[in-house]
Ligand binder design. Structure first.
Ligand code: HEM
Length: 442
């Protein structure tokens, strides 16, 4: 779970997520203020609150509330920081990218260009977060305006750590060469420069002060949970020995590539194996390739379209695994549990979903590549396999998936509902502490 980064760098959110139950993202606007005012406040009021990785790793020194700040391109410009960070998606902002990411349902605040930054608060209770937000707002005074906030929290037991469709999340994140101790079996092993700007493996052209920062992609992804559940109930996989409920559970597992417990279908193809799902030494230890080669391609194990096979094809692209297209995920669910009325009507009435956060040193190689070149592409990793049934083709095109039925791998399933709906977001840059102390402050 831990990305051990330069102590100078800001903390990795996976650590925050693991240690905490609640988080809030607050969008900032610097429009009517002088950049100088915020610059002074950054050094005096925000810098001391930013949590270092070292603090987070040692429970004794963990702050009650962890804080992390990141800026959009318009925010850096408002601070008079005009160096190019060498990432065209970042410099144009996520709204300019909207036609590729689903435009119709955006939260109004994300459709304006006035989000200059984001402050992420993470703690183990809503009260702590509310207190931290209130005291920071008091300290910052007029230097910032809150334009939007989203509260997110780990789901209540027994679903802690599971996203709203019910699947255990946060299992597979990359290990960083030279920073992570011994990687878990099956964990990807990538250069620090894939995640942190200016480290080995980052080929971008960056100003010196940007070193050890990271691009933060924020996406508010609404999930239609009762509708997803109805789809599973209506389309159980029919196989000898499976009850309709087991057939529905198998369909859901094959859409994700893992059972709700986290067990990968590549290793547990017909029934869930919760012991496997909970074992970090085994639950990531697979490549989609098998000694019996037919199992690598006939989709009786994992569909080519499954969410985790689309977003990390492992040995499908050859061995050793490619190391360019990886992200560090730190999302957390938002919104309430499904109510009885929503479950019985199969209809969402209150918004819930995933506050998606990913870190990468290059947005085009990271989030965007996974979303557009892989998940939305019906011909990846082979012609005709269809889109990712969880996040594929969010832009509203007809979603057709194959490989979901293990008894007939070419059968096409048309998904008439988008179970995940983009509500928009923004591209940010999360600077190192020394960048905040020097370049971004007075
Ligand atoms: C893994 C759910 C959006 C990329 C997973 C897993 C689940 C999941 C349950 C398996 C747990 C794990 O391996 O850690 C969701 C849901 C989403 C969503 C419900 C939307 C609401 C996205 C997006 C991307 C993404 C937008 C990137 C474009 C990944 C990656 C993995 C993953 C890279 C790990 C694959 C691996 O290393 O094997 N997701 N996800 N996810 N997801 Fe998502």
């Amino acid at each position: 779970q831990s990305l051990l980064i330069n102590p100078d760098a800001q903390p990795d959110l996976p650590t925050v997520q693991a240690a905490t139950a609640a988080a809030t993202a607050v969008g900032l606007n610097l429009d009517d203020i002088q950049g100088d005012l915020l610059r002074a406040k950054l050094a005096a009021d925000i810098l001391p609150l930013i949590t270092t990785t070292n603090q987070l790793l040692a429970v004794a020194t963990q702050p009650i509330t962890a804080l992390n700040i990141a800026f959009s391109q318009t925010g850096l410009t408002a601070l008079n920081v005009t160096d190019s960070l060498g990432d065209s998606f970042f410099s144009k902002g996520q709204l300019a990218d909207a036609k590729n990411l689903g435009t119709t349902n955006w939260v109004p605040e994300f459709t304006r260009t006035g989000i200059h930054g984001v402050i992420l608060f993470a703690s183990d209770s809503d009260d702590n977060i509310n207190n931290a937000v209130a005291s920071l707002e008091a300290a910052m005074g007029d230097s910032i305006t809150k334009v939007y906030s989203l509260s997110a929290a780990s789901r209540p037991a027994p679903n802690a750590g599971h996203e709203h469709f019910g699947f255990l999340d946060g299992i597979s994140n990359p290990a960083i060469i030279g920073f992570t101790g011994t990687p878990m079996p099956g964990q990807s092993n990538i250069s620090a420069g894939s995640i942190l700007v200016g480290e080995t493996g980052d080929s971008g052209s960056r100003p010196a002060w940007a070193k050890d920062g990271s691009f933060l992609v924020f996406r508010q992804l609404k999930q239609l949970v009762p509708e997803f559940n109805k789809f599973l109930t209506d389309n159980p996989i029919v196989m000898n020995g499976l009850t309709p409920q087991q057939g529905s559970d198998l369909l859901g597992a094959r859409m994700v590539g893992r059972w709700k417990s986290g067990a990968p279908v590549d290793l547990a193809p017909i029934f869930d194996d919760p012991v496997l799902g909970a074992d970090p030494t085994r639950n990531n230890d697979f490549t989609f390739q098998h000694p019996d080669a037919v199992l690598s391609t006939n989709q009786t194990r994992c569909p080519f379209s499954a969410h985790i096979r689309k977003t990390r094809p492992r040995a499908d692209l050859g061995t050793p695994e490619e190391t360019t297209h990886h992200i560090m995920r730190a999302g957390i669910p938002y919104g309430p549990e499904v109510s009885g009325a929503e479950a019985s009507s199969n209809t969402t009435s209150t918004e819930r979903g995933l506050a998606f956060v990913s870190y990468q040193s290059n947005i085009g190689n990271g989030f965007r590549f996974l979303q557009q070149t892989w998940a939305d592409n019906a011909n990846f990793v082979h012609s005709g396999v269809g889109v990712d049934p969880i996040i594929g083709a969010l832009a509203g095109a007809q979603r057709v998936v194959t490989g979901l039925d293990p008894t007939n791998s070419t059968k096409k399933t048309t998904l008439t509902t988008d179970f995940v709906v983009s509500r928009g977001g923004e591209y940010f840059f999360s600077p190192s502490l020394s960048a905040i102390a020097s370049k971004l402050s007075v």
